[in-house]
Design a binder for this molecule. Structure first.
Ligand SMILES: [Fe+2]
Length: 157
């Protein structure tokens, strides 16, 4: 089994443990949706596709395991780190890239490294696509993402 599949198995276990069906549905759509956006943006930005997909899959692990808290990014980074260490198939450098990106992902206003920015963009994009009638958060970032993908978007005010 490949590394991506092994991480998916870990995430599936967390998602299957959700108490209600709506949380489970939202979790599956969000984590796999963000992971797919990470894949797309990694191809576009010529970053490591496998690592980016894994970053997306793991980024909200804390929330789906223990419930949402404001500090879920920092806590999730530690959670992801221990999961990756237990799998014993990731290098120290890879673990640090993943951990760093997850730890920064709530801070959408600051600019960090390429992997952190990719995750924030993938997260914002998934939220905006999940329900296009919701009010758009992080409009500036979303506009940049669209531009990066060669698309123009008319934003609702
Ligand atoms: Fe998220």
């Amino acid at each position: 089994m490949g590394r991506l599949e092994l991480v998916k198995n870990e995430i599936d276990t967390v998602l299957l443990n959700q108490e209600n069906i709506a949380d489970q549905r939202d979790g599956i759509v969000h984590l796999y949706g963000v992971a797919q956006n990470c894949t797309l943006l990694a191809i576009k930005r010529k970053l490591n596709v496998e690592l980016c997909t894994i970053i997306g899959l793991l980024h909200d692990i804390y929330t789906y395991k223990y419930g949402y808290v404001k500090e879920h990014a920092a806590l999730g980074a530690t959670e992801a780190e221990s999961l990756l260490r237990d799998l014993e198939i990731f290098t120290e450098e890879e673990i640090q890239i993943i951990k760093t990106a997850i730890s920064h992902h709530s801070d959408k206003k600051t600019k960090h490294d390429k992997y952190s920015e990719l995750l924030k963009d993938a997260d914002v994009l998934q939220n905006s696509l999940f329900n296009a009638t919701f009010e758009i958060k992080h409009k500036k970032r979303l506009k940049k993402i669209y531009k990066n993908l060669g698309m123009k978007m008319k934003m609702k005010q």
